[in-house]
Design a protein around this ligand. Structure first.
Ligand SMILES: Cc1cc2nc3c(=O)[nH]c(=O)nc-3n(C[C@H](O)[C@H](O)[C@H](O)COP(=O)(O)OP(=O)(O)OC[C@H]3O[C@@H](n4cnc5c(N)ncnc54)[C@H](O)[C@@H]3O)c2cc1C
Length: 478
């Protein structure tokens, strides 16, 4: 066993761990990074990157549908699923060097490719190396949660870790789970020509604005996805080389669905097993590793960030937390992770973007005290760029308090995720709606929807009788 002493030891080379290791090494800290699997973690290999690459192919596959209103007719394209799969792998390969062992060693990081586990409060063992560090960062991520459904262990189901290798062969898919992953994969595969059935025990996209989610629901239905909402999977069984899934609806009726493949996408399970957390005095539960607002575990020497904490499971959260850990561990600055201005996007068509509170959450919070929120909703159809591009499906909804502080924004429609950027700035800097209402934006852009929504907040005040009297009074004085 070789002994190694370092400033910082990072366990896990996914979005969270890579960001900490790169930042710390570039600031001159001696950094060790331990990874048991492939560099890049879920995001690069089994998550964000392959899913967005697949969706891009899927949206291209139906682009001809949107052409006819422009007077352009195009035949339905031929879809070469093997080529689509190669495109997905090609995008991963293109990004992989950025996350590679070679790049990190070039930055001065010592990379150890082995499984890490704590053996006491300040020692980690990985392969043949025993590591002592001033600070540790647990960034071990999550895996697909597999629900306790009778017979599921007897059928060969897919998860996000296996589906991207099977794209070429999937003709007929049951998707279990109607969250962002299930919705994105269902739409992608349906647009690429597969028969898709989606089962969700509640409503699609339950964390999102219900009205916005209903536009995504309509799009999935138009893509041919058979939706089974309020339907609980109770049993799975093999049927030759196919899969059968029993689903009970709200009325208690059971229906058996059959498909060539089954994708399980019902949520994430933080990795807490096999890490020696008990030996290190790190408190955890099946919901994740416990952390305080400063991202420290119950062992003050150890931070935990990213999916393994059971918090919001997004790459941008992992990145933001990594930045905070660097400030805290290397500069000893006080840090606090907040979710007040947390954005997230479901990359379906229409895209659904959210930051902060939804209308329903803001109304619920108001019931607990504070005034009712102001809700402003502008349809895409009232925007000239959206009209010119025949992209009139969608809306922006801004939720604010009576003084113009932004509580949350929902955007559903073309480029919704891109349109969220100024709202991320405004909410993180606690700007009021006046900051957006006063912008000069290029015409015609979809972004004008944001400016218009912000401006509408002030319209009743601006055109009030009191202001009209003031204008008349000033004119009278010449
Ligand atoms: C299909 C899908 C699509 C997604 N799309 C998006 C999206 O569009 N936008 C977005 O923001 N987020 C998206 N996400 C979520 C995003 O991928 C995760 O939030 C992010 O990858 C979490 O990063 P992480 O570093 O916490 O964990 P991971 O990426 O899981 O990395 C953890 C790493 O730790 C390693 N590890 C675990 N245990 C040990 C050990 N004992 N020793 C050594 N190494 C260990 C693992 O091998 C892994 O490489 C998506 C997720 C999925 C599944």
């Amino acid at each position: 066993m070789r002994d190694l002493t370092t400033d910082l030891c990072v366990i896990g080379a996914g979005s969270a761990g890579l960001s900490v290791a790169a930042g710390a090494a570039q600031l001159g800290a001696a950094t060790v990074l331990v990874e048991e699997g492939v560099m890049g973690g879920d995001c690069l290999n089994y998550g964000c990157v392959p899913s967005k690459a697949l969706l891009a192919a899927a949206h291209a596959a139906v682009a001809h549908r949107a052409a006819s209103p422009f007077g352009v007719t195009a035949p339905a394209p031929a879809i070469d699923r093997a080529a689509v799969a190669r495109h997905v792998q090609d995008v991963i390969s293109g990004i992989a060097p950025h996350d590679s062992v070679a790049r990190f060693e070039g930055l001065g990081v010592t990379v150890i490719q082995a499984r890490a586990r704590f053996v006491d409060r300040d020692t980690v063992e990985a392969g043949e190396v025993r590591i002592k560090a001033r600070r540790f960062v647990l960034a071990v991520g999550s895996s697909a949660f597999i629900p306790p459904i009778a017979g599921l262990d007897r059928v060969p189901f897919l998860t996000n870790e296996t589906i991207f290798d099977r794209i070429a062969e999937i003709r007929d898919l049951i998707v279990l789970g109607g969250g962002p992953i299930g919705v994105e994969m269902a739409q992608a595969l349906a647009r690429l020509g597969a028969k898709v059935q989606l089962v969700e025990m509640g409503q699609l996209l339950p964390r999102d604005d219900a009205e916005a989610a209903s536009l995504v629901r309509a799009a999935l239905a138009a893509d041919g996805v058979a939706l089974h909402e309020n339907s609980t999977a109770t049993e799975a069984a093999p049927a030759g080389d196919r899969v059968r899934l029993a689903c009970r609806d709200a009325a208690g009726n059971t229906q058996w669905l059959e498909g060539g493949h089954l994708l399980v996408a019902v949520g994430r399970k933080p990795r807490v097993e096999g890490l020696g957390l008990d030996l290190a005095g790190i408190a955890f539960s099946p919901k994740g590793i416990n952390i305080d607002a400063g991202l420290r575990t119950s062992n003050r020497r150890v931070y935990a960030i990213g999916d393994c904490t059971g918090g919001p499971a997004f790459t941008h959260v992992a990145g933001a937390q990594a930045g905070l850990v660097i400030r805290s561990a290397l500069f000893r600055l006080p840090v606090r992770f907040e979710t007040r201005a947390l954005p997230w996007v479901t990359y379906a068509d229409p895209e659904l973007a959210q930051i902060g509170l939804t209308e329903a959450a803001a109304r619920a919070a108001a019931r607990g005290g504070g005034g009712d929120p102001v809700v402003i909703r502008i349809p895409y159809g009232e925007n000239d760029r959206a009209r010119a591009e025949r992209a009139e499906t969608g809306f922006i909804k801004v939720v604010a308090d009576r003084r113009g502080h932004i509580l949350g924004v929902t955007i559903v429609g073309r480029q919704a995720g891109e349109m969220l950027a100024p709202w991320c700035l405004a909410m993180s800097r606690r700007l009021k709606l006046s900051a957006l209402a006063g912008l000069m934006l290029p015409y015609p852009t979809l972004s004008e929807l944001s400016k218009r929504a912000a401006g509408q907040f002030y319209a009743p005040k601006l055109f009030s009788p009191a202001v009209r009297h003031l204008v008349r009074f000033l004119r009278w004085f010449g």
